[in-house]
Design a protein around this ligand. Sequence first.
Ligand SMILES: [Zn+2]
Length: 169
Amino acid sequence: MSKPFNIRFSGLSLGQHKFNFNITLSDFSDDFKVEDALGLDLALEVVLVKEINLMHLNFSLGGCVLLPCDRCTNKYSQPIHFKEKILVKFSSPLVIDEKDETHYMDQNQIDIDLRPFIYEFICLAIPMKRVHEKTSDCDQESIEFIHKFADSGSGSGKDPRWNILEELN
Ligand SMILES: [Zn+2]
């Protein structure tokens, strides 16, 4: 079961509040599946500043994502760091300005689900180029194997490493 990433702001006093969350892969496996991630070990700090009709959410996300290396297909640990600020305004009835970056919420809402935001941040924080930091960290046998098949232009599909490679393309 995925745990909730909600902040109940309705009872909070005006001013600054801090929240901390730990994020693992099982927390993002259902509707918000992080593509290709084999593991997640992330810490999220949210600083919420509550004002009368709005709140600021300052996110700091950091940790590691386990990903398949594009070069050798073996998994490696990709460090990620991401910071983002979000402004939430309360209005009733709900008026949403599409051009605006602000998030609008109904005045009667008592909590905010951070899951879609966290998901977006993780996806944005994962680099396009996903490889072991040093070529020497790569599995040389896998690379040789991949090159052998790439050169011959055919694969039996029997070796699981070949299947992984195909999925990446
Ligand atoms: Zn590698």
